[in-house]
Design a protein around this ligand. Sequence first.
Ligand SMILES: [Zn+2]
Ligand SMILES: [Zn+2]
Length: 131
Amino acid sequence: MPIANCKRCGRLFNKIRRDICPACVAEEDKAFDIVRQYLREHRDATMAQVSEETGVGVDLIISMIQDGRLMLRDNPNLHYPCERCGKPTRAGRFCPACTKELSAGLGAAARELRKKAEQTDSQGRGYYSRG
Ligand SMILES: [Zn+2]
Ligand SMILES: [Zn+2]
């Protein structure tokens, strides 16, 4: 069983499928229920409002949405900045425009990275192995 540090509280735990410990999973589940319940009753709440009223951190609320656990269908005022351009986003890490651009650019970026890695690698090897 792999042992890992909980991403949230830093405690050591047996990592089964998530990167946080069972105690934190339970806590997040509770927070999720509170947020979901709040959103059901306050459909026009904003992110700041939800966080303030439920006591659940904005980061955690955003990660619930990004994970697809929390749906914003009925909450038009709830959004968070796209990680790339900062535009209001309501699902995933990026806004729809960036998602499209990124998937198009992904191939090119990967090629570029590989080229760089190869360059560094061959330079390093040349320096140490020759002589
Ligand atoms: Zn934990
Ligand atoms: Zn964007």
